[in-house]
Design a protein around this ligand. Structure first.
Ligand SMILES: C[S@@+](CC[C@H](N)C(=O)[O-])C[C@H]1O[C@@H](n2cnc3c(N)ncnc32)[C@H](O)[C@@H]1O
Length: 312
């Protein structure tokens, strides 16, 4: 790991801290602790007396977070776990409910830039696993899934208009030799799309690479499950903050938050998603597509008492 770049600028840090509404003594979950950028600021807000529980699927990132947070030793716990299992993580610490939870979705710059197959800008094996304990890689999908399956993944998770053409070109290429690297896949995509597509703002391979990453890591299914479970782990007036980086994720967050609100479980704090400032985007272009949404758990106990008083 010594030759790796270990960098990631936490996105919308001030907005995250404001929305989490923290105070000393709070117990907070950072469900995507990554390199500990948000975690570090959270710890500064909740000490003395608070605890941070950091979760990530990526062991290497957790090692870096451990180092970064070392000055807070004794006040944080890190877990190599999928965030769909936050309830399990909390029960291992004998904690039932928490004051705040943060999800900063997707992958970090550290993961993107360290030859794990997430980026077509670097030549690497088509891996794309966040958790190397899992077995499915992007290589497996690209080389063994049927034309129909590939086309559906690229369409549904990449919203790529040339999904069928790209899937056909992949199937054609792998007849001769398996597709092993990001560069090979990028070249196949470039062969599949029309020349005019090269002139658009984003690279023609962007959407297909996003689609494969989502499929390999089950990202959308995990997000749905995790939000359903997390809302039950919040204390009354506890805050849940989610930062998403593409429309598929944001759509899920928006719908779930609306549903929780209808069910009277939460109050929506951000009626429209917060966006990074132009200044932040200038310093950290990765933040440009970020959308932050926040809800607060309703104090149903207080509501019940008020209702009883009203009915008396
Ligand atoms: C954008 S990064 C978080 C960066 C972090 N907030 C920081 O400031 O360093 C997203 C992180 O979420 C992790 N992740 C994605 N899906 C996950 C899941 N289902 N369970 C746990 N961690 C996940 C990734 O491994 C990655 O480290």
């Amino acid at each position: 790991m010594t030759e790796e770049k270990a960098e990631h600028i936490p996105v919308m840090l001030n907005e995250v801290i404001q929305c989490l509404n923290l105070k000393p003594g709070d117990v907070v979950v950072d469900a995507t602790v990554g390199l500990g950028g948000h975690g570090e600021r959270i710890l500064e807000e909740i000490l003395p007396g608070g605890k941070l529980i950091g979760v990530d699927r990526d062991r290497n990132s957790l090692e870096l977070a451990e180092k970064r947070l070392s000055r807070f030793k004794g006040h944080f716990y890190l877990f190599h776990e999928n965030f769909i299992n936050l309830d399990k993580v909390l029960s291992s610490l004998n904690i039932k409910k928490v004051d705040a939870v943060l999800f900063d979705l997707g992958i970090s710059s550290y993961q993107l830039e360290n030859r794990r197959g997430f980026s077509f800008k670097e030549d690497a094996f088509l891996d794309m696993r966040l958790d190397t304990d899992e077995s499915l890689t992007a290589y497996d999908i690209v080389n063994y899934y049927s034309l129909e399956e590939l086309s559906a993944i690229i369409k549904n998770y990449g919203e790529e208009r040339y999904h069928r053409k790209i899937a056909e070109e992949i199937v054609k290429a792998r007849r001769f030799q398996s597709i092993e690297t990001t560069t090979e896949l990028k070249d196949i995509i470039l062969r599949a799309v029309p020349y005019s597509y090269l002139k658009q703002k984003i690279h023609p391979a962007t959407r297909t690479f996003q689609a494969l990453r989502i499929a390999v890591n089950g990202e959308l299914e995990n997000l749905e499950k995790a939000l359903d479970r997390t809302v039950e782990l919040l204390l009354p007036e506890g805050r849940l903050v989610v930062i998403s980086f593409h429309s598929l994720e944001d759509r899920i967050v928006k719908r779930k938050f609306r549903y929780f609100s209808k069910e009277n479980k939460v109050e929506i704090i951000t009626s429209k998603p917060l966006r990074p400032t132009d200044f932040e985007i200038q310093i950290n272009p990765r933040a440009r597509s970020a959308k932050l949404r926040c809800v607060q758990r309703r104090n149903n106990h207080k509501n019940n008492i008020l209702l009883k008083i009203f009915l008396l």
